[in-house]
Design a protein around this ligand. Structure first.
Ligand code: ADP
Ligand code: ZN
Ligand code: ZN
Length: 678
């Protein structure tokens, strides 16, 4: 993709109706040869009818493959480039590292609307954003001695990436603000990532109150195309100083990048699981700071095992062990639900929890319930023959949703109304297990005196609804907020003094090597929502398994102990950070064929590694049926690769993957650094 001096052909990126973006080669007319640049919009004749389309310059060639005849481009329509060569280099790195074609990367990076012809005529977005109403109100605060110390250390560190491990409420955000201020003073710009849209909005509001709103912008998947277009232009013109966003904002074309902050860095939503590019924004950010000579600050109260390990080994770990103003960490009580059942309490709420809810609300404080499962129940069983309702296409039980009386598959969105038992045709079903909707329904009867609201991805039907629910909660109009993991993160409501985790075991029971890390982090994070103000907080974990060591670590909010236990396991089993993983999934409608092709690939890879004498450093697991062995009528088998040779090992494996030829009925997904192996 490097430009050459006497370039003859240009590669352009076009959006062809419904086919997505593709690159094509065109001849450069003599009169444009000195003007044409990477990132410019040009118009090209396309197809037999020579329809004129808008395209972007992404590269140059001196010759074409034999047999290809190129047409000439018509003209340059926007001479100011939409993106730079460095930017393309980043995208090209993403496509190589994540083993996907550059087009899929460009697809996610460049909003589709940019290809529309008269994009120039875009009206300014009319919908007034909530953010427009917020004004600068806060004066700058000064850091506490503990914060100041960490801030000074981060300023001094040489490593490009630092990890700020600060317990919940320790004042990490204040340190970010100080770093942002410094970066802006140096005339450089900041990218600030948070894992979820709700958190992005909250942080943006907090930042606007501190820094005023001009020069602040937001970028995530729910921002309108028109708004994105406007923001893109502003970024390009260096008019934005701080860009907030979720994972995809890592592809926004920020000029003059000085600092990237990734808050809640442990969060799995930084990794795109599908479709391609299956990138991790954290790793793309590392590449970005390398390209720009900028700094990356990762922050979390429960760092990922990998980031913590890396930080220790590169002397870039910075720790805040106390809450700001020495507020106490909340006290965590574990309740054995087996005993509740023995005493004939069949509700999801233990007596201790009920008593504490009453006390908390009578004192004028607020409560959070966490139940980390969407929907109403876990599974539905026929009352005549015992059959369990499964998705027809996936090996997954259907989940009943009370709000629209439907049965949904959480993998393929298949939906069923008024089902009949597939075995005996009965229509009598019972719903077992607890989902957030059932907890809401039951809470409304047990706690009928109080105002109760629910926040999860199914309750977000209207745009901005999450902001409204959160605002209502912030204003004190809601006594009990019930939610899935969405409410565990970032919420800073000083009036919350009780958090009840309805079923703490849910988080630990997935057959995945990251399951305890996730469980520990979720419980610690949600506990951290309690007692953030002057009043002491309390947390109640309800469990059927009091013996769980990780639950005990979470109860004590002891990350170090958790880390020591976990890192030992990872080392023993060669999991990250002691290896980099690649997961290959082979799928087909025909189960035997999927299995056969997985075996063949595994065999060939094994052979390839043996010949290179790398079979001790690059380990293979499988092939085996995936934990979820069927999705959308396709049977799935996977091979796991644990590469202990770093980037060189990675390149070797990619070379092998490139050589694979598959029959038409077999699909292959390559997931680099997978976030789960389900
Ligand atoms: P974290 O991000 O680590 O959870 P926050 O930055 O949200 O913590 O800080 C917790 C609370 O303490 C917030 O309400 C914040 O306003 C307050 N706080 C933290 N540091 C300071 C400071 N230096 N001056 C005033 N208030 C602070
Ligand atoms: Zn039946
Ligand atoms: Zn399904």
């Amino acid at each position: 993709m490097m430009p050459t001096n006497n370039k003859k052909y240009v590669q352009v990126l076009v959006d062809i109706n419904k086919l997505g973006t593709k690159t094509f080669s065109y001849l450069i007319p003599n009169n444009l040869r000195n003007e044409i640049k990477i990132g410019q919009a040009v118009s090209i004749p396309f197809g037999r009818r020579k329809q004129s389309l808008k395209a972007y310059v992404v590269g140059f060639n001196d010759y074409l493959e034999e047999g290809i005849k190129a047409k000439e481009i018509d003209e340059i329509i926007e001479s100011e480039p939409l993106f730079s060569l460095e930017y393309l280099n980043l995208l090209s790195w993403v496509s190589t590292y994540y083993f996907c074609d550059i087009q899929s990367v460009l697809n996610i990076a460049l909003p589709q609307k940019f290809f529309e012809k008269n994009v120039k005529k875009y009206r300014k977005p009319k919908i007034k954003s909530k953010l427009d109403e917020i004004e600068k109100t806060d004066s700058t605060t000064s850091l506490s001695p503990a914060q100041k110390k960490v801030y000074d250390e981060i300023k001094k560190v040489n490593a490009p990436t630092s990890l700020l491990y600060g317990i919940t409420g320790s004042g990490k955000t204040e340190i970010y603000f100080k770093l942002i201020e410094d970066t802006i003073k140096q005339g450089k710009n900041v990218l600030f990532l948070a894992p979820e849209i709700a958190l992005v909005s909250q942080l943006t509001i907090r930042t606007i109150k501190r820094f005023s709103k001009d020069k602040v912008a937001i970028w995530h998947s729910s921002i309108s195309e028109a708004k994105k277009y406007e923001t893109w232009q502003k970024l390009r013109n260096n008019e934005i100083k701080i860009l907030f966003g979720a994972r995809s904002a890592v592809f926004a074309p920020i000029q003059n990048l000085g600092l990237i902050i990734i808050d809640e860095e442990h969060d799995q939503s930084y990794k795109q699981t599908m479709p391609n590019p299956r990138y991790n924004a954290k790793d793309v950010a590392k590449k970005l700071v390398e390209l720009y000579g900028a700094k990356l600050v990762l922050g979390s109260a429960t760092p990922s095992i990998e980031s913590y390990y890396e930080a220790i080994n590169s002397n870039s770990l910075f720790v805040l062990k106390e809450r700001y103003n020495n507020a106490h960490l909340p006290k965590v009580v574990v309740i054995d639900m087996k005993e509740e059942r023995a005493q004939k309490n069949y509700t999801p709420f233990s007596k201790t929890l009920i008593k504490n809810v009453d006390e908390t609300i009578e004192n004028g404080h607020q409560v959070i319930f966490l139940i980390n499962r969407r929907g109403f129940a876990t599974y539905t069983q026929c009352m005549e023959c015992g059959e369990i309702l499964y998705c027809k296409k996936c090996a997954i039980p259907l989940i009943y949703h009370s709000q629209d009386d439907s049965y949904k598959c959480h993998y393929c969105n298949f939906e069923l109304h008024n089902p009949k038992c597939p075995k005996c045709a009965s229509t009598a079903f019972e719903h077992f297990g607890l989902g957030v909707q059932k907890v809401e329904t039951m809470a409304k009867s047990v706690f009928s005196k109080y105002k109760i609201a629910r926040l999860d991805s199914d309750s977000l039907t209207k745009k901005n609804e999450h902001i409204e629910i959160l605002e209502d909660f912030q204003k004190g109009n809601i006594d009990i907020l019930i939610g899935t993991q969405m409410i565990a993160k970032g919420l800073d409501n000083k009036n919350v003094t009780l958090v009840g985790v309805i079923n703490a075991d849910l988080s630990f029971n997935l057959p995945d090597y990251r399951s305890s890390e996730r469980g520990f982090s979720l419980l610690t994070q949600v506990a951290g929502r309690s007692g953030r103000g002057e009043n002491e907080g309390k947390v109640i974990f309800q469990t059927y398994n009091c013996e769980n060591v990780f639950l005990k670590n979470a109860q004590e909010q002891n990350f170090e102990d958790f880390y020591e236990n976990e890192i030992e396991l990872r080392q023993m089993l060669d999991y990250p950070p002691f290896s980099k993983m690649i997961r290959i999934i082979l799928s087909s409608k025909n189960e035997l064929r999927a299995q056969k092709s997985a075996s063949e690939i595994e065999f060939a890879l094994c052979d390839y590694l043996k010949k290179l004498s790398l079979d001790e450093e690059i380990l293979l697991l499988g092939p085996s049926p995936c934990v979820i062995n069927k999705i959308k009528e396709e049977y799935r088998f996977n091979i796991l690769i644990k590469n202990k040779l770093g980037f060189n090992g990675h390149k070797t494996i990619l070379r092998f993957l490139k050589s694979i030829k598959l029959p038409d009925d077999i699909k292959m997904v390559v997931d680099i650094d997978p976030s789960d192996i389900l």
